[in-house]
Design a protein around this ligand. Sequence first.
Ligand code: IPE
Ligand code: IPE
Ligand code: MG
Ligand code: MG
Ligand code: MG
Length: 300
Amino acid sequence: MDMLEAVERKIGQFIAELNDTEVAALYAKLPHGKRLRAKLILRIAGVSLPVVKTAAVVEMIHAASLLHDDVIDDAYTRRNKPSLNALYGNKTAIMLGDILYSKGFFELNNISAEVSKIISNAVVQLSLGELKDVSLSKTFNTDKDVYLEMIYQKTASLIEASAGAAAILAGKPKEPFMIYGRNLGLAFQMIDDLLDITQDSETLGKPALHDFVEGKTTLPYIYLYESLSETEREKLKAMHGKVLSKEELNWIMVQMQERQILMKCYAQARELIDEAVELMNALGEDALSEIAMEMIDREF
Ligand code: IPE
Ligand code: IPE
Ligand code: MG
Ligand code: MG
Ligand code: MG
């Protein structure tokens, strides 16, 4: 993917412009992710300088959100390496996050007012979503609509905005691309929440089975709760937000398996993706099916 190369170079240039050796050294230590958001933007809008800049900014913003997220979630691995908070502490992780966010916002001004507005507003939503995620984790949330609203804010909003910004830059109609991006983003976080349960930490490159321990009742836990008897519900609730024993973990897994909870969640994500793909096919945007599938059929 040499189109992505241009994005990597642009990020490197933005970092160099900060003119700070400490920040350059810290950033150099951060492993790259899957770059799904950049790929999405390039796939919608092709390659031009504003498109590459937008993709670079979005990946910097995404990296910033992960630096803060690992502090919030007490997570000590990321992209198969110790997280920055694990290596240098929360203070450094928070400030590098702030620097990446701020440089991103600064660069948005050099793209276009419309792109700047759509992306920066999504970051407001992302932050509101992360705060909501924290608040919700203090009790056992069983409300699916509240969960969906929260994942829309923390994850789908930036993917929706990426698709919208790419459409603007390509002179395509913004609305259908934003619906497409919203569906992709919701499905993407649903799969992330599934992978937390099904994959080991080596495959994920980040902690596995960590969400429930952190108090997060993601969709599989909500569906499991719904399907349990009153006494079983109490048992599950008692495990919420704690480090679990092997037996307790095993009990949860057996209950999930018996009730085919994971399949139910996957099917729901798949429905969102199918809807998104149909919408794009109707516009003759067949090339956008593949990336939609990549969002859900993944190992990490
Ligand atoms: C992780 O995003 C955070 C979520 C929104 C689930 P990615 O899975 O895209 O992370 P990287 O960039 O590939 O590491
Ligand atoms: C966070 O969701 C998504 C962000 C918007 C940063 P998670 O907390 O589930 O992301 P991971 O699993 O740590 O990547
Ligand atoms: Mg996290
Ligand atoms: Mg989190
Ligand atoms: Mg996760």
